[in-house]
Design a binder for this molecule. Sequence first.
Ligand code: SAM
Length: 282
Amino acid sequence: MRLDVITIFPEYLDPLRHALLGKAIERGALQVGVHDLRSWATDVHKSVDDSPFGGGPGMVMKPEVWGPALDDVAAGRAEGQELESSLPHLNKPRHDDIEGVAPTPYVESRPEEDKPLLIVPTPTGKPFTQADAREFAAEEHIVFACGRYEGIDQRVIDDAARTYRVREVSIGDYVLIGGEVAVLVIAEAVVRLIPGVLGNKRSHEEDSFSDGLLEGPSYTKPRQWRGLEVPEVLTSGNHALVDRWRREQSLKRTFERRPELLAKAELDAQDKAYLEELDNGD
Ligand code: SAM
């Protein structure tokens, strides 16, 4: 996968070359180009914004700067900075190698469209979900346009639809200062789902939202810590009991924290009976 990010703060994207993403860059599974929007500005001050038509506070990002930037990045003729992995990770054990669990092979799927995907982070966009992350993980090329100030002139987004498949995406119901942090959030969620980036597909198949529910609590050694015990069932060696306990913990957490998710989750008769017990306060 290739990611290109257009921003007025290229250094904000440095986290994209760390940890799992850095490792993906090193292994050739990911390329990241970061482009300074100001290199497309034409005036002496390299300005990228102007006052809004109709008046009001704040500034709006200029179409004459964004238009050529998006054209050049889509055509692959933009000279940005290629991010290199922050650290050599090769030959180190993968954090997600799970002893005794056979890796599930990935199935490659790619969208047929040849236009790159343009993601425009904005609080007015469609809320980003794990389902979107899964969909975006099958893309070959994603371009991100980071807004600042009051955002980007709407005509830029309308015009970009000639060159790109455009998605306006929000990472939550709050307002950030700029789109860069939203790009980091979306890129992390997407890149970890690219086939081969996590050593074992089960690592994300069992995550929250993958089956529509929140994941239950996790524990590691020691068995007892500060007087607190690991739930006994987890040390029983009985895989069927452990699986059932995990399912119930997942249902319980979802019931308590995000009950609205239950309406869309796939639940069997045993799940429904357990939820009924919770509802009755048992
Ligand atoms: N005037 C805009 C509004 O009220 O919808 C807010 C602009 S915000 C100060 C500047 C930039 O931050 C946006 O263009 C977008 O790139 C980014 N941004 C802010 N909140 C965001 C969110 N919840 N999700 C995604 N991007 C966000």
